[in-house]
Design a protein around this ligand. Structure first.
Ligand code: UGA
Length: 431
């Protein structure tokens, strides 16, 4: 099996590394964070991700997987090099490629002859061409192989993909990369680098559009007395629409959708083909976050601001991560709603199964290790992440410890009847 290097051990790089070793390849994965590399070599996983610990352990035991803290050491014995460094959002909304470019500059002379450099990071259309001229080595091929992993189910998604997209200049190169995935049973779509790069943005922007649409539809349902759960069910019956990604919520977030929709909008503008739809998708999302915060405040009723701009209102929050099944709070809609509540002058106390201490991004929030403590004395409880664990919590006991048992269920996690039977005045989203 092929020798592979992976540059960058964030959640994409780590998933690629452990899964490629699982598929039988020899993998050397590099990260500049020495502490992370030491942890990984000891078999310790730095993030909450299903099955990652199991595959890390398997790779280390088999001897097919190891981690180094210097990317230069990783690439010298490999032929295929997966570039998995972050491409965060720059201040103007575009993708910041500085880390990818720095990695390519550092490694250009070290890649063995006829290497294949594969970008997994999400990059603007045209990046592969730029990397080719940056490398200035005619023996090296640059392939675009976008990643479609969801956090929380990354291993499952990698080993059971709907499709693999490979962008390359020529067919033999595309085939050599396709062979790395030979064990996986899925269609492999080959195309140009530019098209492959555009697929990734297209897929994420389309999914975000679907979510902004269903959240807008939920708002309409609230105004006209329809129930979004039934409406979504009815829409999903049309195979052209499909049933996935139709759950309304407090707004969408995470480390990918917000940055990728912004980057695509920026790319469209720069290419002279502005895409107003993308800006509307982003605006609709901000509006949904505002809406959920106002619903919580309205549930409490009018209250006065004191001389310090504070209100005598306590909001309990369940859920801080950007979705269930992950410990990631980057661009979390829950945090965005909390910031709106804090700006309105209320006190926020919160519980999340993955958060055990205060949060730098919202230090004013008292984080509790117990869901009842987060609800204790609260005037309203807002459910912001769809953790299944919350449905195990005793609602009668929760209602009892609150100042007023009111619930804004921004994930429609609870049945209205159950919440009302426990004594809550209940409002979901879009129903
Ligand atoms: C997303 C894409 O789903 C992946 O295909 C892609 O590879 C990844 O970004 C990436 O570019 O790396 P992820 O960020 O892990 O994956 O999160 P999602 O599961 O897509 O959820 C994104 C947001 O949408 C979350 O805030 C989630 O709560 C929300 N969501 C999702 C809803 O509100 N309703 C839904 O029905 C689904």
């Amino acid at each position: 099996m092929g020798e592979i290097s992976v540059v960058g051990c964030g959640y994409v790089g780590l998933t690629v590394a452990v899964c490629m070793a699982h598929l039988g390849h020899n993998v050397v994965a590099a990260d500049v964070d020495r502490e992370r590399v030491e942890m990984l070599n000891r078999g310790q996983v730095p993030m909450f991700e299903a099955r990652l610990d199991e595959l890390l352990d398997e790779g280390l035991r088999s001897g097919r997987l190891r981690f180094v803290d210097d990317p230069q050491l990783a690439v010298t014995s490999a032929r295929f090099h997966f570039m998995c460094v972050p491409t965060p959002q720059d201040v103007d909304g575009s993708a910041d490629l500085s880390r990818l470019e720095a990695a390519i500059d550092d490694l250009a002379d070290l890649f063995p002859l006829r290497s294949v450099v594969i970008t997994k990071s999400t990059v603007p259309v045209g990046t592969a061409d730029q990397l080719r001229s940056r490398l200035s080595r005619t023996d090296i091929a640059v392939v675009s192989c976008p990643e479609f992993l969801r956090e929380g189910t990354a291993i499952h998604d990698f080993l059971g993909p709907d499709r693999i997209v490979i962008g390359a200049l020529d067919d033999p190169t595309a085939q050599s990369v396709a062979e790395l995935f030979a064990e996986l049973d899925c269609p492999i779509l080959t195309m140009t680098n530019r098209s492959a790069e555009a697929v990734k943005y297209g897929a994420n922007a389309f999914l975000a559009t679907k979510l902004s649409f269903i959240n807008s539809m939920a708002r309409i349902c609230e105004s006209v007395g329809a129930d979004i759960q039934d409406v979504a069910r009815g829409m999903a019956g049309d195979e052209r629409i499909g049933g996935k990604f139709l759950a309304p919520g407090p707004g969408w977030g995470g480390s990918c959708f917000p940055k990728d929709v912004s980057a695509l909008s920026h790319l469209a503008q720069a290419a002279g083909s502005p895409a107003p739809l993308l800006n509307a998708v982003l605006d609709a999302n901000h509006s949904q976050l505002d809406h959920i915060a106002s619903k919580a405040l309205q549930a409490v009723g009018p209250t006065a601001l004191d001389a310090h701009g504070q209100r005598d209102v306590v909001v309990g929050v369940w859920g801080l991560t950007f979705k269930a099944g992950t410990s990631d709070r980057r661009d979390s809609p829950a945090i965005a709603v909390i910031h709106r509540l804090l700006r309105a002058g209320v006190t926020v106390q919160a519980f999340d199964p993955t958060v055990s201490c205060g949060m730098d991004e919202a230090p004013e929030v008292r984080v509790t290790s117990d869901p009842y403590e987060a609800a204790a004395g609260a005037d309203v409880l807002v459910v912001l992440t769809e953790w299944d664990d919350f449905t195990e919590i005793d609602l009668d006991k929760t209602a009892e410890v609150m100042n007023q048992p009111r619930m804004i269920d921004a994930r429609n996690l609870f049945a209205r009847d159950d919440a009302e039977t426990a004594g809550f005045s209940y409002a979901g989203v879009g129903r």
